[in-house]
Design a protein. Structure first.
Ligand SMILES: Cc1ncc(COP(=O)(O)O)c(C=O)c1O
Length: 372
């Protein structure tokens, strides 16, 4: 598989080839993983059938799921006090499941709202109980993360919910909060992109379809002591305890199988420290291209910029439309900003090759020379 040449082409990029994919999710997966899955698709490891066609109680599947769990724990340095769950319903289900389990009827939870996904999370929590905005950057269109010392925290809150990377708005926490109450984070769009200091967290959740695998599975890391604080009784499938205890029902076998492969790829590459160095370098290249000119304008305060989702504007919406179209022509896919905010968004997830970033930066330069 080859990526189309990024020099100015006279013909549109050949879409029968793998192109550079800047999609925010579902997103690019490591090519090595796709090829391995392709080779194993009809027959998985001497079981006479594909992984999708065998029992989720079989020894072969058991090993896949356990390996995925082991690798996630290894990559993040999680101790035995952490459960790794593979759930369904997307990160959106977690917006509901977290308060359902942890927000008591007579209690409150604090939410730090730094973008579209955090806004959705608190909306769901309010359906369950009393959820307060402890801090928000909505008034400045989520262009920054309110510093921790400004948060209006309730010392009796059941938890504090944050979104450590806001996929739509392009901001990212530069620290892992550690507070007097457990922190819950939606880490969907930054999971395994950097080392995490998990000390302050009670629960971390991430939809797989950005850094981890295909859509269809959501990874939930929950600390035993936090889990013990959950309400009872709960609907069986929505009780984290059910899944921490045993494999209750049929899991999303194929997405978990892919997550295992992606984690193995990452581990072989040197783990989260190694990918973090690469991710920082990739993001810096694009931010330098933005900052080096008045033609491009970043949408987020430089100290809170995301390494995963780089958001920026051009001088007009007409130029943005042209930029996206010409980029596609060159084989640079999915650079359109989220429909709620417009502009340009380049998602630079773990599996996006650095050469894709170089091609984007070259294109930005050429585009500005032509239209700037
Ligand atoms: C940070 C974040 N949270 C939640 C979601 C929603 O995920 P899902 O579509 O898996 O429910 C997304 C999706 O893009 C996201 O980026």
């Amino acid at each position: 598989m080859q990526v189309a040449d990024s020099d100015t082409p006279t013909t549109p990029a050949d879409r029968t080839q793998r192109l550079y994919n800047f999609s925010a999710g579902p997103a690019v997966l490591p090519e090595q993983v796709l090829l391995e899955a392709r080779d194993e698709l009809p027959v998985y490891d001497h079981v006479g059938a594909s992984i999708m066609e065998i029992s989720h109680r079989s020894a072969a599947y058991d090993e896949v799921e356990e390996s995925a769990r082991r690798l996630i724990k290894k990559l993040l340095g999680l101790g035995d006090d952490w459960h790794v769950l593979f759930l369904q319903g997307g990160a959106s289900m977690q917006f509901h499941q977290v308060p359902l389990n942890f927000l008591p009827e007579d209690g409150t939870a604090d939410y730090v709202v730094t973008g579209r996904w955090g806004s959705k999370a608190i909306k769901e929590a309010k359906l369950i109980g009393s959820a307060r905005v402890a801090a928000s950057s909505e008034a400045d269109h989520f262009a920054h993360i309110p510093p921790e010392h400004t948060w209006d925290l309730d010392p009796d809150a059941a938890y504090v919910h944050v979104t450590t990377n806001e996929t739509v708005n392009g901001n990212q926490f530069s620290w892992d909060p550690s507070l007097d109450v457990p922190v819950v984070t939606d880490a969907s769009s930054e999971f395994l992109s950097r080392p995490m200091d998990v000390e302050g967290y009670g629960l971390i959740y991430a939809g797989a379809q950005k850094n981890l695998g295909p859509a269809g599975v959501t990874v939930v890391l929950v600390r035993e002591s936090f889990l013990e604080a959950r309400k009872q009784p709960l609907p069986t499938m929505l009780d984290y305890g059910t899944h921490a205890e045993r494999r209750f029902n049929t899991p999303p076998v194929f997405p978990i199988y892919m997550v295992e492969k992606v984690c193995r790829w990452l581990d072989e590459l040197g783990g989260v420290e190694a990918i973090h160095t690469i991710n920082q370098r990739k993001a810096k290249k694009v931010y330098n291209a933005i900052d080096g000119t008045d033609f491009y304008r970043g949408t987020v305060d430089p100290k809170d910029r995301s390494t995963m989702n780089v958001t920026f504007r051009l001088p007009s919406e007409e130029l943005e439309t042209k930029f996206i179209k010409e980029a596609e022509h060159r084989g640079l896919l999915s650079l359109k900003g989220h429909r709620s905010v417009g502009g340009i968004r380049a998602s630079l997830y773990n599996a996006l090759p650095e050469a894709a970033v170089d091609a984007l930066v070259d294109f930005m330069d050429a585009f500005e020379r032509q239209y700037g």
